[in-house]
Unconditional design. Structure first.
Length: 318
């Protein structure tokens, strides 16, 4: 089997949870509290939101804090609540903590699955540059759904997470119940435009090598995130933020699942991309969130959640 191909047997799940739904023996509450706070040497109570405690210890919400071993690369993910599966993927240099507001809003009706991409948050930061790619990211998403026992899910993401959601659909349309694309774009048809984007992504990786975390800036989603090492983010910039071809943008007209395209009114870099996707994807719904920038879910959480709920309410029964 090729490296990176989802395989539930190989992708050993290391559950660290009370009330896990995945069939693994739960740890004691005391041990769970220790693992939730200390599974990485740098984790501290003042650095990780209480949501980590809640998802680790709350059996009544079905919260779990497991990890996947993906050919030696540890992938952190969490599953909260019960109901139809909703997989949320974060943006570049953010973590799954950017979705805490959506976990709170939707976990009573949906199984909200969030995760940290390679090089981000509590997932591993492999030294091998080949361990970062679009293909491996999509395979990680599929492996997470496998580990959770979910054949299909609503696939959603912001920025890089939105692009990877589209990439997931190109490879797994049968596993995609619906798409939600937040403050994101589909890539480029033009080779020169794609190469300009890739040059900026590689330069970002080089800057992280030189300046470390200081190169990240201070956007809202970045400020609420904690990462193990800037080297992981540099690897993700070079291998995951870069784009190889026009497959994703070329797939838009083939999408046959309900799709929400959402963008913040002040996210000027992605307004045109939102218009383009909404025009190309058959039947897509488009929502513009007033007074919101690139992280619309953080800038206007009530309006964001209302738009998402309205879209979810309109989905056909699974």
């Amino acid at each position: 089997m090729p490296a990176g191909t989802p395989d539930p047997t190989r992708d050993r799940m290391l559950c660290k949870a009370v009330g896990s739904q995945c069939g693994h023996r739960p740890a004691s509450a005391d041990r769970m509290a220790e693992e939730t706070l200390c599974c990485h040497a740098t984790a501290r109570l003042d650095l990780w939101p209480l949501a980590m405690l809640r998802c680790g210890l709350s059996g009544n919400r079905g919260g779990i804090v497991p990890e996947l071993d993906r050919d030696g690369v540890t992938i952190h993910y969490e599953a909260h609540g019960h109901g139809p599966a909703l997989l949320l993927s974060h943006g570049y240099s953010a973590t799954c903590r950017m979705w805490d507001g959506q976990i709170s809003a939707f976990a009573d009706r949906y199984r909200v699955i969030v995760w940290d991409m390679r090089g981000h948050g509590r997932s591993a930061s492999p030294a091998n540059a080949a361990a970062y790619s679009e293909e491996l990211t999509v395979a990680d998403m599929a492996a997470i759904l496998d580990a959770c026992g979910e054949r299909r899910a609503i696939i959603a993401g912001l920025s890089l997470g939105g692009y990877m959601s589209l990439a997931f659909h190109t490879r797994h349309p049968d596993r995609t119940r619906a798409l939600m694309l937040f403050d994101t774009g589909p890539g480029f048809r033009s080779h020169s435009a794609r190469e300009a984007w890739n040059a900026r992504a590689r330069a970002r990786g080089d800057d992280l090598d030189v300046r470390g975390f200081a190169a990240l800036g201070a956007s809202d989603e970045v400020r609420m995130s904690r990462h193990a090492t800037p080297a992981g983010l540099a690897g993700a910039a070079r291998g995951m933020l870069t784009q190889r071809d026009d497959t994703v943008i070329g797939s838009l007209e083939t999408i046959r699942v309900p799709t929400l395209v959402l963008v913040g009114a002040n996210d000027t870099h992605f307004l045109a991309a939102a218009d383009y996707m909404a025009a190309k994807i058959p039947g897509a719904a488009k929502v513009v969130i007033a007074d919101a920038g690139h992280a619309a879910n953080l800038h206007q959480p009530a309006a964001f959640n209302q738009a998402v709920q309205a879209f979810l309410d309109g989905l056909p029964v699974a």
